[in-house]
Design a binder for this molecule. Structure first.
Ligand SMILES: CCCCC/C=C\CCCC/C=C/C(=O)SCCNC(=O)CCNC(=O)[C@H](O)C(C)(C)COP(=O)(O)OP(=O)(O)OC[C@H]1O[C@@H](n2cnc3c(N)ncnc32)[C@H](O)[C@@H]1OP(=O)(O)O
Length: 291
């Protein structure tokens, strides 16, 4: 019930009400949501989802809810066959889960938050559409999960940007389905090293290890994503979708089977004093790094 009312509440915020006349008459309909801009190029059947939640596109409960609703709308739109996921915030793809959602809140809040994280991943990983991440900035932890849940990743070749699952550096643990998703991308051994050490890879190392598929100059990331999209869309949808499902279903089913216990694990983990302390110390270190 709580989730339903949040979804309904968010649908109002989703901005269908806030579209300007220009946006409505544009041949590329734009939906201006609070955290995500969705632009659907109808003739081509491709939507661009631009995350725009400054300063760092952190994945808050509101953001995740909006993301899942937006993706579901595209999924149900027969005119949309592909999605490019990118960022409208300079230098940041996404800073991952919003740490503030995991600090000093109630057990009920943590459970609701974690269900929204699961939902985002389930929707993205099982999408029937072609999904391409155009990674135009830093991409740690939950940001990396989003990227590796797409079918293909193109990253800006900027030595300042990094990508990876750095959870252990915060004193927390990537859950099994984060691990499965990255292992499906880079293999078991590389995942073991990557997860234990909480490695963040530079763009060039990410290409070498296979977290990303391609590097291009920053200003070409979106064009490169569009070019790759047209190659993938040249394959008949039905055959491609069944192949995707064959590869991903066991991983999806594992979370679906253990969804409630995964939420309980998260809540009991994150409510530990030691974990709360680690997260608070990490947030403080982020602030101090600025100064
Ligand atoms: C055994 C069973 C296990 C079960 C499961 C249990 C555990 C849970 C696992 C949970 C998995 C977690 C996944 C995650 O995604 S955790 C988040 C990890 N993210 C990070 O480590 C990234 C942190 N951020 C950065 O490194 C940098 O901010 C940056 C992304 C590189 C951008 O740098 P810069 O442009 O210099 O920006 P600032 O650092 O100055 O940041 C601007 C403000 O944004 C705040 N911030 C940054 N990241 C986050 C975040 N993830 N959440 C919330 N807030 C964030 C930062 O504090 C600044 O705020 P201020 O302006 O108020 O100081």
């Amino acid at each position: 019930m709580m989730i339903l009312s949040r979804l309904l509440g968010c649908q109002e915020q989703l901005g269908f009400l806030h579209q300007s006349k220009e946006e409505l008459t544009d041949s590329h309909p734009v939906v201006c949501n609070r955290n995500i801009l969705v632009e659907l190029e109808e003739g081509v059947g491709v939507a661009v989802m631009k995350m725009k939640s400054p300063p760092v596109n952190s994945l808050s409960l509101d953001f995740l809810t909006e993301f899942s609703i937006s993706l579901e709308k595209l999924e149900n739109d027969r005119g949309c066959r592909g999605v490019i996921l990118t960022s409208a915030v300079p230098k940041i793809f996404s800073a991952g889960l919003d740490i503030k959602e995991m600090c000093g809140k109630s057990a009920e809040h943590y459970a609701e938050f974690w269900r929204a994280v699961q939902e985002m991943w389930l929707k993205l990983y099982k999408s029937n559409m072609v999904t391409i991440a155009a990674i135009n900035g830093n991409c740690p932890a939950g940001g990396c999960l989003m990227a590796v849940s797409c079918d293909y990743r193109i990253m800006a070749e900027n030595p300042k940007y990094s990508i990876g699952l750095n959870e252990t550096q915060l004193g927390i643990v990537a859950p099994f389905w984060f691990k499965d998703t990255i292992a499906n991308t880079i293999g078991h051994r590389a995942t073991e090293r990557s997860l234990q050490l909480g490695l963040l890879y530079s763009a060039s190392d990410a290409l070498k290890i296979g977290i990303v598929d391609e590097l291009v100059p920053e200003e070409k990331v979106l064009n490169a994503a569009a070019a790759t999209m047209s190659q993938w869309l040249a394959i008949p949808d039905y055959a491609r979708q069944i192949s995707k499902s064959m590869m991903r279903k066991p991983t999806l089913d594992r979370l679906l089977t253990h969804r409630e216990s995964d939420i309980q694990n998260f809540v009991s983990f994150v409510t530990k004093d030691s974990i709360q302390k680690s997260l608070q110390t990490y947030m403080e270190s982020l602030k101090q790094r600025k100064g």
